[in-house]
Design a protein around this ligand. Structure first.
Ligand SMILES: NC(=O)c1ccc[n+]([C@@H]2O[C@H](COP(=O)([O-])OP(=O)(O)OC[C@H]3O[C@@H](n4cnc5c(N)ncnc54)[C@H](O)[C@@H]3O)[C@@H](O)[C@H]2O)c1
Length: 424
């Protein structure tokens, strides 16, 4: 974990635009960090959400706003603006914020096209402003250990890496079929919305940018043709296949209840009847085979980086959690998150010279407040002040542009039947 350079007498002030799941998460953690951060403003269309964020600070110290326009009209209210609005709003909100003088913690994806990501980078550079992205995996104990090991040189010269991202079938249905990212025209392609974390890891771990990229993938399962016979448009309308369906929305009343915390206002106090009402009217009660989704349920990409390292990524709805292998001339690193609730992530090093295999220590995700996204939510909020000021601050510009480039060009290649995208 990076040491903080801020002090209780000089907290980093933060404003939050978009007080939904992400805005709330970062600001709650920041507020818990012993005076290193001070929340000064919270803006959201939904009153309860902006009040929740304001509630993390001393009463009466946070200005609240009911829209982005109202917030920006008030001028610069903090050192850093956390932008936690939805994908399609990021670019516009980021441009306004940069022009208002904010450094940013911007949720990924930075913008809905690569060109717009590049524009944000150029604007931030010209204004001397920093944009950190919500690439929380970099700040997890697990990937911090991977990065430290790769950088230690113990693997020799890194030749290739292999990553996998198992989304999990119910998670896929919740977020990328029924949910915010199912329809890519309204959000971002899967390889950007979900896997820009992984494409960022490839660039961050190799310390390089992509030179050539190709990708294949498609939506195969969550389609009308796979709907059980007689399935209605909503699970709540009495589906004959409900008992055997992995995606029956009634699961939200039981084992999958906690998924609703991110999408249902008042979830914490809702009883079963309230949840059923929500399922009858919201996108999350829809039959997963009869949605307006076009996000792929499996995709692979391969890339050669500017420094010659090659990497592959497999994303699938039908696995759970991430794995990684990094292969070098002296040794290999292999590890990942276990399947759901099966223990802590494990990381192993094989020394090619001796053939010995040893466990690489990884800090427990539950240690020192780590929680959420394998500890990455805490890790990023905890690192925010050092990212924004002091000797380890990121350079002006969009930190993480290379990973976005890899993701967007992978999507372009996929749409072109896998024809490589070569960056000249
Ligand atoms: N880094 C990660 O691992 C990670 C994980 C999940 C989501 N995300 C990204 O984070 C972003 C937010 O996701 P979320 O799940 O928190 O979404 P959310 O829908 O819970 O929150 C978005 C909030 O923005 C508010 N909002 C929308 N338009 C607004 C406007 N004009 N002015 C003020 N407020 C406005 C909404 O009312 C809502 O409360 C998305 O872009 C998503 O892709 C990142």
């Amino acid at each position: 974990m990076q040491a903080s350079t801020s002090t209780e007498t000089n907290p980093l002030t933060i404003a939050v635009l978009g007080c939904g799941a992400r805005g709330r998460t970062y600001s709650k953690i920041a507020a818990s960090l012993n005076g290193r951060y001070r929340i000064t403003a919270a803006a959201d269309l939904v009153e309860a959400r902006r009040n929740t964020v304001a509630g993390f600070a001393e009463p009466g110290t946070v200005r609240t706003f009911s829209s982005a326009e109202e917030f920006f009209a008030a001028g610069k209210l903090a050192d850093v603006l956390i932008i936690g609005t939805q994908d399609a709003h990021h670019y516009g909100h980021a441009v306004s914020a940069l022009n208002a003088g904010y450094d940013l913690l911007l949720e990924k994806p930075a913008a809905e096209t690569l060109e717009r990501c590049e524009e944000l980078d150029a604007l931030a550079r010209s204004l001397g402003r920093r944009i950190a992205l919500g690439f929380v995996l970099r700040y997890t104990p697990f990937y911090s250990a991977v990065k430290a090991f790769v950088d230690s040189g113990k693997l020799g010269r890194v030749m290739t890496m292999r990553l996998s991202e198992g989304v999990d079938a119910f998670h896929q249905a919740h977020s990328y079929v029924r949910g915010h990212w199912g329809n890519t025209a309204k959000s971002s392609p899967m390889i950007v919305a979900k896997c820009s974390h992984d494409t960022d890891l490839i660039c961050w771990l190799t310390g390089s940018s992509p030179r050539s990229i190709s990708s294949y993938g498609k939506l195969d399962w969550f389609k009308e043709e796979n709907a059980p016979q007689g399935a209605p448009a909503r699970c709540t309308d009495g589906c004959p296949a409900a008992a055997d369906c992995l995606y029956d929305a009634h699961r939200y009343l039981k084992e999958s209840r906690s998924w609703l915390r991110m999408v249902m206002d008042g979830y914490e106090t809702a009883d079963d009847e309230k949840i059923l009402d929500f399922l009858r009217t919201s996108p999350w009660g829809r039959c997963v085979y009869r949605c307006d989704n076009d996000a792929v349920d499996h995709q692979i990409l391969s890339t050669e980086m500017e420094n010659g390292v090659t990497a592959t990524l497999t994303m699938t709805a039908f696995d759970c959690n991430r794995t990684i292998e990094v292969h070098g001339t002296l040794g290999s690193l292999r590890g990942g998150e276990p399947w759901q609730d099966a223990g802590a992530p494990e990381l192993w090093f094989r020394d090619h010279r001796t053939g010995t295999v040893e466990a690489v220590p990884v800090l427990e995700a539950s240690a020192e407040g780590y929680a959420g996204h394998g500890g990455g939510d805490f890790g990023l909020a905890n690192a925010l002040d050092t990212l924004m000021r002091g000797p380890n601050a990121i350079a002006p510009g969009l930190d993480g542009l290379a990973g976005h480039r890899l993701a967007y060009l992978a999507e372009k290649s996929r749409l072109n039947g896998g024809i490589p995208e070569v960056i000249s």
